[in-house]
Design a protein. Structure first.
Length: 279
């Protein structure tokens, strides 16, 4: 298979996002840094991202030049998450997007995405999109609540070619990037595609409201699947007092989550770190 993308393969780094930040002035637009091992991988909400060396994809995509208006920043989440979901579908794996940008297969997490933007005025001047996608790992840390991988989701035996997987993923990502980010265009079709893959959309669920915390959001890492908070000093009794039944109804124009509170029948809007899921 011919190599069409600028992919830099690294043996071991602390974090591909951090490595991209250190060398961003020397990295071209749409370049990829991928590592066989991360010693300090990071996920959303301050969580760590753990992965066995050489078994999975851990990489960062660098976007440079004016990327988007700041108000449209969620389009980056949508493109990254949809790229993963559509890549998995080419291997017969049906995935869904758990807002804002985790990827789930049958209630298990197969991928996490961390996007870090730099701004110039009202525009995003550069973005680093970090993606951890479980490919060949079969055994996971017992402290991880619900992990899975491509090899566990497929009936076929044998490991997948990690190099090939990244090239195939970048074909999909580049196609979505060129369609929606290369020039000003209508982003509403992108939003509709994201919503069509949104995990638990329209299904009764239980949530934790974190707007009661100091600052109105969660500062410490959280295990989203169990609703347990770490390093915040909030007693579990206080957490449970802010649980509520709800149904995800959609997204606001800026990408915030819209949840119908079934106890009040009101639509509530939550930003990043303001709400947690309970399974």
């Amino acid at each position: 298979m011919s190599k069409k993308h600028d992919i830099i393969w690294l043996q071991s780094v602390d974090s591909t996002n951090e490595e991209a930040k250190r060398h961003i002035s020397d990295i071209d637009n749409l370049s990829v840094l991928s590592a066989w091992e991360q010693t300090a991988g990071r996920g959303q909400r301050g969580n760590t991202w753990t992965s066995n060396a050489g078994e999975n994809l851990m990489f960062s995509i660098v976007l440079k030049s004016p990327v988007l208006m700041a108000e449209d920043h969620f389009a980056l989440n949508e493109i990254a998450a949809l790229s993963v979901s559509e890549f998995l579908s080419t291997y017969g794996i049906k995935a869904q997007i758990k807002w804002p940008n985790d990827i789930y297969v049958d209630e298990k997490k197969i991928c996490g995405i961390l996007i870090e933007n730099s701004f110039r005025g009202k525009s995003i001047s550069s973005s680093i999109i970090g993606i951890g996608l479980n490919i060949n790992q079969r055994n996971f840390n017992v402290n991880l609540p619900n992990p899975t991988s491509m090899v566990l989701c497929r009936a076929q035996d044998g490991p997948l070619d990690i190099h090939r997987c990244l090239e195939e993923f970048m074909d999909i990502f580049t196609s979505l990037h060129d369609r929606f980010l290369s020039s000003a265009c209508d982003l509403s079709p992108l939003r509709q595609r994201y919503l069509s893959s949104l995990w638990r959309l329209g299904k009764p669920s239980r949530f934790i409201d974190y707007t009661f915390l100091p600052g109105g959001h969660l500062d410490g890492p959280m295990n989203i699947c169990t609703g347990k908070v770490h390093d915040t000093g909030i007693p579990s009794s206080d957490q449970s007092g802010n649980e509520f039944p709800g149904i995800i109804r959609g997204l606001s124009p800026t990408g915030n989550l819209l949840v119908e509170d079934l106890s009040t029948r009101q639509i509530r809007e939550f930003g990043f770190k303001e709400i947690g899921y309970i399974l």
